[in-house]
Design a protein around this ligand. Structure first.
Ligand SMILES: [Zn+2]
Length: 231
């Protein structure tokens, strides 16, 4: 194969991988067959794929266990990494707070209905997950903000604050991915949310972040979702 043909073939492979990696954001109600308690980091949650109806994690603990103010619940499995993220940030003079953590299916329903009333169903689907489809229901996602600031979504771009910039640079090292990156709507299905972190463990966070793919696209490539069979 000539070098030029080789390059063309490589490009084709890359484009094909991308196409496989980021299927369109179709709306559906497909229930994942994976056990969220065992493999929270492998679960695709997007407009098509959802958690088993009524799923709630069994190991929720308050974020105060990670040294944050407040009693918002998060899965115990993510607490050690959340604590080291906080202490590393504080060592760099950066003070963070948790704005939101675990959200139940019923609570997510109320949040989503609020957006539907405000924006209509189509726009609401871009800014807020439907109940059952939210990473917050997994119990491993947190919304952060600057300790002395308003909710991060009230700012034009939280990543431009010292706190948001620190998180963008260091989250992966502590086991978190930023699920909804800038300019990533086609791949992640949601608008840019520099404050929304999903715990996936340090190894996965490092690999997925280094790939440059939105986490949803990385999951489709490495752990494509499998549908639960009806009981
Ligand atoms: Zn969030």
């Amino acid at each position: 194969m000539t070098p030029r043909r080789g390059a063309a073939a490589l490009l084709l492979v890359a484009l094909t991988a991308w196409a496989v990696a980021a299927p369109p954001c179709t709306i559906d109600q497909r229930v994942t067959a994976l056990d969220p308690d065992a493999h929270p980091e492998r679960i695709v949650l997007d407009p098509a794929w959802r958690l088993p109806p009524g799923y709630a994690p069994s190991d929720l603990v308050p974020v105060s266990r990670a040294g944050f103010a407040g009693e918002l619940p998060l899965r115990a499995i993510a607490i050690d990494d959340l604590r080291t993220l906080r202490t590393a940030a504080e060592a760099d003079g950066v003070r963070l707070a948790v704005q939101s953590a675990y959200r139940s299916e019923a609570y997510q329903d109320a949040v989503h209905q609020g957006w539907v009333r405000q924006l209509g169903p189509e726009r609401a689907a871009e800014v807020s997950a439907r109940p059952g489809h939210s990473e917050h229901q997994l119990g491993t996602a947190v919304d952060l903000r600057s300790a002395d600031g308003p909710p991060a979504w009230e700012l034009d771009d939280w990543a431009l604050t010292p706190e948001g910039a620190w998180v963008a640079e260091h989250a992966a090292r502590h086991g978190f991915v930023i699920s909804y990156p800038r300019d990533g709507r086609d791949a992640s299905c949601y608008g840019y949310e520099p404050w929304h972190l999903r715990w996936v463990g340090r190894e996965v966070a490092a690999t997925a972040t280094a790939s440059g793919l939105a986490y949803r696209a990385w999951l489709y490539l490495h752990h494509p979702p499998v549908e639960a069979t009806a009981p």
